[in-house]
Design a protein around this ligand. Structure first.
Ligand code: PMP
Length: 341
């Protein structure tokens, strides 16, 4: 019955890894999936993650029971605090609902389906360019993806005027996908001033922000600094969605650990939103995995482990910056101009 099925193409990003694994060259470099590698080209498990896992293994009171549909409650609380700030008014006013999801991708998908079901406007504006999975995630979730200008190849910087023009002409209430920091694939982020202008424009047109935070801590090396644009949008009292991933900043790629937060207008609304998120999640995968969020919660709840994480995170961020610089210099020294895209 499946004889007529056509061969599907490889995923454009994951397909690079397939080609990389097949390539017998001894000097190959994988420029596909953005997973951190050590000086020896090996994957890295953070020391603080190893310690947390050891603590979990040694704890006899731990079982393998199902988590609730919304995931590990402590992990959800700590994740909201990490991105919105410990003193966030929205958290204090119980206006934030957070559900554990399958890493960043799963958080975007659950958020997309929630909006398709419960939000009056189904158009989501995504930047050009953006992470290749964004348009597919949102389209399959039931939204319509449109684009706004973001990168200007001429200046190799932000096309701020293009961005403002496109968001100004978006229909009232449209959803706008924003990379919280370390925009993928350009690495170009708005300045704080530009973020403030984007915020004012979006709020004046009731555009709903959907933040994708896959690299908190990687852009500047500081978790708080990288969260600043998001916190500016929370501080004005408005609503937003936030998809968080611990794949990169805790190196938990394959554990698929992330969170979707929705900042609501009131505590009462947040309770109802959570009840509807459960209806999205239950028929999709019932409940999320246990190990990843247990590791994250173990680290985030303990100030010493948290500090150790920030040191290891900064070391990864610094090495990425230095590797980029070395690549740039090496290409330049071989002549010609270097175009980083
Ligand atoms: N958003 C962006 C911008 C990304 O670059 C990635 C990973 N490459 C993700 C989301 C999702 O990653 P994951 O599902 O592994 O957390």
């Amino acid at each position: 019955v499946f004889a007529g099925i056509a061969q599907a193409p490889e995923d454009p990003i994951l397909g690079v890894t397939v080609a990389f694994n097949k390539d017998p060259s001894p000097v190959k470099v994988n420029l596909g999936v953005g997973a951190y590698r050590t000086e020896e080209g090996k994957p890295l498990v953070l020391n603080v993650v190893r310690c947390a896992e050891q603590m979990l293994i040694n704890d006899p009171s731990r079982y393998k029971e199902y988590l609730p549909i919304t995931g590990l409650a402590e992990f959800n609380k700590l994740s909201a605090k990490l991105i919105f700030g410990a003193d966030s008014p929205a958290i204090q006013e119980n206006r934030v609902v957070t559900v554990q999801c399958l890493s960043g991708t799963g958080s975007l998908r659950v958020g997309g389906e929630f909006l398709a079901k419960h939000y009056h406007e189904h158009t989501i504006y995504i930047p050009t360019p953006t992470w290749g999975n964004h348009p597919k995630i949102f389209t399959l979730a039931g939204l319509t993806a449109r684009t706004y200008r973001y990168y200007d190849p001429a200046t190799r910087g932000l096309d701020f005027n293009g961005l403002v023009e496109d968001l100004s002409s978006a229909p009232l209430g449209s959803i706008v996908l924003l990379h919280a920091c370390a925009h993928n694939p350009t690495g170009v982020d708005p300045t704080v001033d530009q973020w403030e202008k984007i915020r004012q424009l979006m709020r004046s047109k009731s555009l709903l922000p959907f933040f994708d935070s896959a690299y908190q801590g990687f852009a500047s090396g500081s978790l708080d600094k990288d969260a600043q644009p998001v916190r500016m949008f929370v501080a004005d009292g408005g609503e937003l969605l936030m998809a968080q991933s611990y794949a990169k900043n805790m190196g938990l790629y394959g554990e698929r650990v992330g969170a979707l937060s929705i900042v609501c207008g009131s505590a009462d609304v947040a309770v109802r939103v959570e009840s509807q998120l459960k209806l999205v999640i239950r028929p999709m995968y019932s409940s999320p995995p246990l190990h990843g969020p247990s590791v994250v919660a173990t680290i985030l709840r303990d100030s010493e482990m948290f500090n150790e994480w920030t040191v290891e995170l900064k070391a990864m961020a610094d090495r990425i910056i230095s590797m980029r610089q070395q690549l740039f210099d090496a290409l330049k020294s071989r002549g010609g101009s270097v175009w980083l895209v």
